[in-house]
Design a protein. Structure first.
Length: 232
C-alpha cells in the first residue's frame, strides 16, 4: 500500500489492481491501515495521531495530580512545598510532608518524560530531581481508604507510576484516533466512524481491531438482509 498526501488535509491510498484510490485522514499511520473488501465496497480502518488530545492528568479522574515547583504559579508551588514538607521561603525540610505524595523526576532532552524519583533516566544535566509531587485525587483516596502503612505507600507509588506512564504518552504524542471508513466499489466514501483519545499505540490498535471486526460483521448482516429483501 502506498500513501500520498496532496494537501494539508488530504491523504490517499493509491489504487491497485484490486481496488480504487481511497481517501483517508491526513497523517493516517501507514502500518495500521487495514483494507477489507465487502460485497458493496471496502472498509478501511486505521489510526491517526490525535493532535488535540487533552492532558489525561487534568481531564481524567483516578489519575491523581502533579504539583510543580515552578512554571505553574505560586499557588501550585505552595502546594508542592506542602506535599513535600518544605518551607517555601528557605526550602528547609520541615519533616511534615504528605505521606501519600510521591516525588517525581523530569527528564528533558528532545522531549519530556516523568518518572517516580530514581526510576527513570538519571542525567546530571537533563534530569530535574523531584521536579513535581504527585498526590492522589479524591477518586484514588477512596481506593486507598482501607490501606495503611507500607501497603498504602506501595499503592501510592504504583498509582504515581501509572500517572507518569500516561502523561508520558501525552508528552510524546502517543495518542490516537481510531477511524473506520466505508467506501463503495468506486472508492467513494459513504460512511465514517471515528473515536479519539486512545493513549498508547497498543491500546489503540486493540480498539481498531475490535471496531473492524464489528463493522465487518454489520456489513455482512446488512448484505444478507438486502439479499433477502431482493428475493422476497
Amino acid at each position: 500500500m502506498t500513501l500520498k498526501t496532496f494537501t494539508r488535509t488530504r491523504t490517499v491510498l493509491e489504487k491497485d489492481k484490486d481496488r480504487p484510490e481511497l481517501e483517508l485522514h491526513k497523517g493516517a499511520v501507514e502500518d495500521s491501515i487495514q483494507i477489507h473488501k465487502t460485497a458493496g465496497g471496502y472498509i478501511a480502518g486505521y489510526l491517526v495521531p490525535d493532535e488535540m488530545a487533552e492532558n489525561p492528568i487534568e481531564n481524567c479522574d483516578g489519575m491523581g495530580k502533579f504539583y510543580h515547583w515552578e512554571d505553574n504559579g505560586k499557588e501550585e508551588m505552595l502546594e508542592y512545598c506542602k506535599l513535600r514538607g518544605f518551607d517555601p521561603e528557605t526550602q528547609d525540610d520541615l519533616g511534615n510532608g504528605n505521606k501519600d505524595a510521591v516525588e517525581i523526576d523530569k527528564y528533558e532532552h528532545s522531549g519530556v518524560a516523568y518518572s517516580v524519583r530514581g526510576e527513570g533516566m538519571n542525567c546530571r544535566w537533563d534530569t530535574s530531581t523531584a521536579w513535581a509531587m504527585w498526590a492522589p485525587d479524591k477518586c484514588l483516596l477512596d481506593e486507598l481508604k482501607d490501606l495503611k502503612g507500607a501497603a498504602r505507600r506501595t499503592k501510592c507509588i504504583e498509582y504515581a507510576r501509572q500517572a507518569c506512564t500516561e502523561i508520558n504518552k501525552w508528552f510524546s504524542g502517543d495518542v490516537y484516533g481510531v477511524v473506520v471508513k466505508h467506501f463503495n466499489l468506486k472508492g467513494e466514501e459513504i460512511d465514517e466512524d471515528s473515536c479519539w483519545g486512545y493513549f498508547g499505540s497498543e491500546y489503540a490498535t486493540e480498539e481498531l481491531n475490535s471496531q473492524i471486526k464489528w463493522h465487518l460483521k454489520e456489513s455482512k448482516k446488512n448484505e444478507k438482509q438486502k439479499t433477502g429483501d431482493n428475493n422476497a
